[in-house]
Design a protein around this ligand. Structure first.
Ligand code: F6P
Length: 560
């Protein structure tokens, strides 16, 4: 077993996998896929959700060796430590308990010796009550009109998760019915254009602004919050803030200082990481305002079902564990640095951007949890677009250029089925034909011999050859209900944790985002000095000085 200070790459299990790469290099997915026994062992089902990882460049032996790696990394112990509320986020001295956010009311999950589930449910009950008041019109705005539109201000984890879930639910028939006559918008970027776009067509009289920030110090969110406070007070007067602005934060003192009534504040806790906060008030409040609490509760239940599966299922049948181990295999052993997330579902169009933060902010680290420099790379470069749109964009590179392991995500049932009489298949079948075809195109490719048989002219054969042997996995969900959306979220959250646990890093801090923020403060100070007192540019290198000079000399910013 690895001692807590040792790096995982020093273990026998890691070295064994390194050696095993040579065996895998001799295989081709074309041949691996013809072994039905192997393929059968690479299918997993949980509550109607089917995971097929038979198109990974892996054999049954590879999976065994990865399970040995999990043992060497003490994965089981690390998962237990997370669920037990130990301070596994050691650089911030915090527990990591997003699982408590969706735990049933009678569950017991402790942080620092205290069961946190009752506190979680206090806030959920408060959200239920508040969102019902807003939705029913019993809480009205300053001029007596019901608040039918919501702008949620927040960035990063205070934005991407809620946006993903909102986008996923928008066309779900049950959720859509509950959202009739209401709008939910998200203001994230400090670019004033984002303010203009999000307020466009909205009336302050009928708008509720939700300021979402774990710290309540994030520069972009706070300036956007002040900008919308101005938008409201200019139209309705200062007292209107009490009726039109509420907040979600862990920093209740700063919320009050900002001028939002503490009664209209929805708390969460420092044991919830920003990118893991969609199941806290961060997501639950705006989503309940839009869809009603009962829809959002189904989403929480879906996430909870995966938490239980993750915590209690043996690793060889554990969806997030296997996915995490396979990602480690692809990144650290096969040397594939990127991953494409390809949902064949327009409703999942914001899934890849959310997972980008969950995965890249969590696992893009250069040192172990003990601070030792890592002699191997961690994390992966995540990107993605819904199919089939992506097929007409970047799939060329995936098929014939670089090897990028792909996650194909599809649903059996469409949220919005359409069949036109006379068409060969329904519109969803058309979409899903691509979902089923693409993984095989990547795995099998097309050989020069096949092309010759098709009488392709000699000069085009190299161009039309597909090497194949490109790994992917397929996740087929029964449908995209609120429950399944919750499951999908939790699968990826835990997968990322598994990767981090195996790599031996801290997946729950994010020091890498700090330096840029500090340098922006220096620029902000300079811009203020130059614009108000004509202060000379000072303390920047040649490049930044030149760019700033051009910006100051030619910009037409409003007078300060
Ligand atoms: O800058 C990165 C970050 O700290 C993320 O981790 C976080 O999700 C985001 O900023 C927003 O932070 P907050 O919710 O505190 O405004």
């Amino acid at each position: 077993m690895a001692s807590s200070a040792a790096l995982i790459c020093e273990t026998e299990a890691w070295k064994d996998l390194k050696g095993h790469v040579e065996d895998i290099k001799k295989t081709h997915l074309r041949d691996l896929m013809s072994d039905a026994h192997r393929c059968e062992s690479m299918m997993l089902e949980f509550e109607g959700l089917l995971l097929d990882y038979s198109r990974q460049r892996a054999t049954v032996e590879t999976v065994d060796k990865l399970l040995n790696l999990a043992k060497a990394a003490q994965l089981s112990e690390k998962i237990s430590r997370m669920f037990n509320g130990e301070h596994i986020n050691s650089t911030e001295n915090r527990s990591v308990l997003h699982v408590a956010l969706r735990a049933p009311k009678d569950a017991v999950i402790k942080a620092d010796g205290k069961n946190v589930v009752p506190e979680v449910w206090n806030v959920l009950d408060k959200i239920k009550d508040f969102s019902e008041k807003i939705r029913s019109g019993s809480w009205v705005g300053a001029t007596g009109k019901p608040l039918k539109d919501v702008i949620a201000i927040g960035i990063g984890g205070s934005f991407l998760g809620p946006l993903f879930v909102h986008t996923a639910l928008q066309t779900d028939p049950e959720a859509a019915e509950c959202a009739k006559g209401r709008q939910l918008r998200f203001l994230a970027n400090i670019d004033p254009v984002d303010v203009a776009r999000n307020t466009n067509g909205l009336n302050p009289e009928t708008t509720l602004v939700v300021v979402v920030s774990k710290t309540f110090t994030t520069a972009e969110t706070m300036l956007n919050a002040r900008t919308l406070r101005e938008w409201i007070t200019t139209a309705l007067g200062a007292p209107a803030v009490a009726k039109h602005m509420v907040a979600v934060s862990t920093n209740l003192a700063l919320v009050e200082k900002f001028g939002i009534d503490p009664n209209n504040t929805f708390a969460f806790w420092d044991w919830v990481g920003g990118r893991y906060s969609v199941c806290s008030a961060v997501g639950v409040l705006p989503l309940s305002l839009q869809y009603g609490f009962s829809v959002v509760e189904k989403f929480l239940k879906g996430a909870s079902s995966i938490d239980q599966h993750f915590q209690s299922t043996p690793f060889e049948k554990n969806v997030p564990v296997l996915l995490g181990l396979l990602s480690v295999w692809n990144v650290s052993f096969l040397g594939y640095p990127a991953r494409a997330i390809l949902p064949y579902s327009q409703a999942l169009e914001k899934f890849a951007p959310h997972i980008q933060q969950v995965s890249m902010e969590s696992n893009g680290k250069g040192v172990s949890i003990d601070g030792l420099p890592l002699p191997f790379e961690t994390g992966e470069i995540d990107f993605g677009e819904p199919g089939t749109n992506g097929q007409h964009s970047f799939y060329q590179l995936i098929h014939q250029g670089r090897v990028i392991p792909c996650d194909f995500i599809g649903t059996v049932k469409s949220q919005q089925p359409v069949y036109l009489e006379g068409e060969v298949v329904s519109n969803h079948d058309e979409l899903m034909s691509n979902f089923f075809a693409q993984p095989d195109a990547l795995a099998y490719g097309k050989t020069p011999e096949q092309l010759q048989k098709e009488n392709v002219s000699e000069n085009l054969i190299p161009h039309k050859t597909f090497t194949g042997n490109r790994p992917s996995l397929s996740l087929l969900l029964p449908e995209l209900s609120a429950y399944n959306v919750g499951q999908l979220l939790a699968i990826y959250e835990h997968r990322v944790a598994v990767q981090g646990f195996v790599w031996g890093i801290n997946s729950f801090d994010q020091w890498g985002v700090e330096l840029g923020k500090v340098l922006a403060t220096q620029v902000r100070k300079q811009l203020h000095g130059s614009r108000t007192q004509g202060a000379a540019l000072e303390g920047f290198n040649y490049s930044t000085t030149t760019l700033l000079k051009r910006y100051l000399e030619t910009s037409s910013e409003p007078k300060m």
